[in-house]
Design a protein around this ligand. Structure first.
Ligand SMILES: Nc1ncnc2c1ncn2[C@@H]1O[C@H](COP(=O)(O)OP(=O)(O)OP(=O)(O)O)[C@@H](O)[C@H]1O
Ligand SMILES: [Mg+2]
Length: 374
């Protein structure tokens, strides 16, 4: 395999990185560790500092304080060219007057690489990315997906120790995005390269990441394996940010082993009495005549295999995903239950409260049921 010839150890370590533009404090003490060969995906709302963080790692911005190590080397103040980084941006920024071959070779020529090595690298990368038949074309003669592959190829040809991607697929249509996303995953496996990848796309975040990092207001809010974060969001912010359609939130009060509020009354086990925010994902409810939630339906979106019912629960907007082709009528009130174990609770400072697993009289947990308040 052409790509596996190089392996520079490239673990990345950021400690307390701070960066302000004038009065705007963008990065407020970011700590981030990326293991050698790991693919870390960074997500967060627009303006939270994702691009600034990537540009700081690349050396295009200097942090006001904090340290940055790549492969154990302190590069906090190193020039971009001395950091051995390949960066791929949202706009592919290919040279329009150069062929695909010359675009791929550009970074190598800049570094005075000898012709034989340039040819070997360019041919290898072209083969890996399926660009071999396109080497003599100009960028304007390529599709969006092909151009983005050339942009990636240009980064790969240099064999950097670390790859940075800033929303590389956001200019592509849905089908191409899916295709190039799989390509990136394959590339990552093939090159076992260290990568930091910024995206707005939930699917990319969930499927590409070894580790997902959620940034909020210039700080890391939560990091971990993507499914773990999705299933156990540490804060209300993370819970609302991950998942589509977004998690529903209801204000409630816990007392006597139940959480109650306008339009709902649900069992919760082992939770201190008090005010809470209840979080329920649209996918985690089902129709149940004796269910503890009453949704007044306002809009119905039927997709055939599933239906989204939008409406109000106790006067608050709420979305429920119903399986199959059940279509409630507009104005109808439907009763819903939460799928066991999928109720999220947040305290008054929006931090997650652990909810004990539900008692299940028929399930394998039956013998533990005496431990639960139900
Ligand atoms: N060179 C600059 N001068 C002044 N302010 C800047 C500069 N670069 C970024 N900012 C500000 O820093 C904040 C973070 O910007 P950044 O581009 O890092 O956000 P982002 O998380 O990448 O957002 P998006 O998801 O929209 O790409 C924004 O408020 C932005 O206006
Ligand atoms: Mg950005």
């Amino acid at each position: 395999m052409t790509g596996s010839l190089f392996r520079a150890v490239a673990e990345l370590g950021l400690r307390d990185i701070r960066k302000a533009f004038g009065e705007t404090h963008v990065l407020k003490g970011v700590d981030l560790s990326v293991r050698d060969g790991e693919l870390v995906v960074l997500v967060g709302p627009s303006g939270c500092g994702k691009s600034t963080l990537l540009r700081t790692i690349a050396g295009l911005e200097l942090p006001d304080s904090g340290t940055l190590h790549i492969g154990g080397r302190d590069v906090t103040k190193a020039a971009p060219k001395d950091r051995d980084i390949g960066m791929v941006f949202q706009s592919y920024a290919l040279y329009p007057h150069l062929t695909v071959r010359d675009n791929l070779a550009f970074g190598l020529r800049l570094r005075k690489t000898d012709d034989a090595t340039v040819k070997e690298r360019v041919d290898g990368v072209a083969k890996m990315l399926g660009l071999a038949p396109l080497l003599d074309r100009y960028p304007r003669q390529l599709s969006g997906g092909q151009r983005q592959r050339v942009a990636m190829g240009r980064a790969i040809a240099r064999r950097p120790a670390l790859f940075l991607f800033d929303e590389p697929l956001s200019n592509l249509d849905a089908a191409l995005r899916a295709e190039v996303r799989v390509e990136i995953k394959r590339l990552h496996a093939e090159l076992s390269a260290t990568m930091v990848y910024v995206t707005h796309d939930q699917v990319e975040a969930m499927t590409l990441a070894d580790k997902l990092v959620v940034l909020n207001g210039g700080l890391v809010e939560q990091e971990g394996p993507p499914l773990e974060i999705y299933e156990r969001p540490a804060t209300k912010f993370v819970a609302g940010f991950l998942g589509s359609p977004a998690m529903n939130f209801l204000e409630g009060t816990v007392a006597d082993g139940r959480v109650r509020g306008e339009g709902f009354d649900l069992a919760v086990a082992g939770v201190q009495p008090g005010k809470v925010t209840v979080g329920i994902r649209p996918h985690d409810v089902h129709l149940d005549a004796s269910g503890g939630m009453k949704l007044v339906v306002e809009v119905v979106e039927a997709m055939g295999f599933e239906t989204y019912a939008h409406g109000k629960l106790g006067g608050v907007p709420f979305v429920a995903r119903l399986e199959g082709d059940h279509r409630p009528g507009v104005g109808e009130t439907i009763s819903l239950s939460v799928t066991a174990g999928h109720l999220h609770l947040f305290d008054e400072s929006d931090r997650r409260i652990s909810v004990a697993p539900p008692a299940s009289p028929k399930g394998p947990l039956a013998e533990d049921a005496s431990l639960e308040v139900s």
